[in-house]
Design a protein around this ligand. Sequence first.
Ligand code: COA
Length: 380
Amino acid sequence: MSTATESTAGSSAGLRGVVAAQSAIGDVNGEEGILIYQGYDIHDLAENSSFEEVIFLLWNGRLPKSDELENLKSQFRANYAAPAEVIELMKTFPKDADPMDVLRTSVSALDFYDKEGHGTDREHALKAAIKLTAQIGTLVAAWERIRTGKEIVAPDTNLCIAENFLYMFHGKRAEADEARMFDIALILHADHELNASTFTTRVIAGTLADVYGAVTGGIAALSGPLHGGANTNVMKMLKEIGSEDAIDTWLDKALEEKRKIMGIGHAVYKTEDPRATWLRKFSRTLGEKKGDMKWFNMSQKIEKAMLEKKGMYPNVDFYSASAYYLMDIPLDQFTPIFAISRISGWTGHILEQYGNNKLIRPRAEYIGERDVKYTPIEER
Ligand code: COA
């Protein structure tokens, strides 16, 4: 007989609304569209902070003093270069491999080359978090260069994480306004409470597996189209529709076929996702700067139609798609870029989990048969 204390699965499929952990890292108010990291409103951080400062905040629960921030930045910079063995391994991967699959495998391989990164005490776990956060962008950029037959660009230790990533990825320094927009995009994607990938990392960390294992699992969870993979699919959708004129017919047909419109809707937000507010602005600004307003205009029209027809709002992935596209980033690299940011939230949650650990082990409501007698194979 089942010993599960109560059956909640039917009423909370997908664990919607179930509180599965206590956390001081971040909170989402879905009704009012408010996102906070350690008490700070996301708009305040996006306006005033840097990605490195937000990482410190997520890991330590407070904003850094200037020497603490400088210290963290120099630790990242000292660790930007990924182990040569991992880069060599990546060169053996099929050139058409999905960048998220490449990232999952190469992040997992980093584990072999971090002799100190296996401990789950704060000191060792933090060292692994610093290395991973510093190197994940290096891996994403290296794969872009490898698969397109270009020379790999070594990190520039004078640059912050956002600038350095764009430099290694494109092989040239980003213009200051684009680097700042990218830095803010990293801030916006850093944490989002118990989303699917963060929950995955906490479940893995809860077994006292190491940080590399937990982050590898997080990358796998993020890759799905219902989670981080949505940004790539938004841009695919815009391209599939092709023009503003085609939107009405395309959308009516898609809704009739019960297709999910990518980048729209959210499991928690029932109003505007505050991150979309910033990304909408970036999509417009970049469109104006590059003289290519097509994607922003199409996105706006879809946003308006989805609000009218379904009462649904855009999420973080909706406008990041056209913003990244206008930064010359290939579609299938949008989700790896999400991971470059979200690793800060994942590692924050992993540290928090280790700090007050209890194995995460829920129950399932058994709906199968019971007392079935074994039938020999020849009698089936
Ligand atoms: N387009 C069209 N209809 C949508 C929709 C979308 N993007 N998202 C939800 N719906 C509809 C569902 O079809 C369902 O309708 P029904 O009740 O008639 O069957 C209803 O809204 C509830 O959908 P459900 O999937 O249960 O909502 P959810 O809260 O679990 O889903 C998402 C949240 C994010 C998974 C969902 O909105 C989605 O798939 N969005 C597209 C993918 C995406 O952008 N993901 C990134 C999230 S940050």
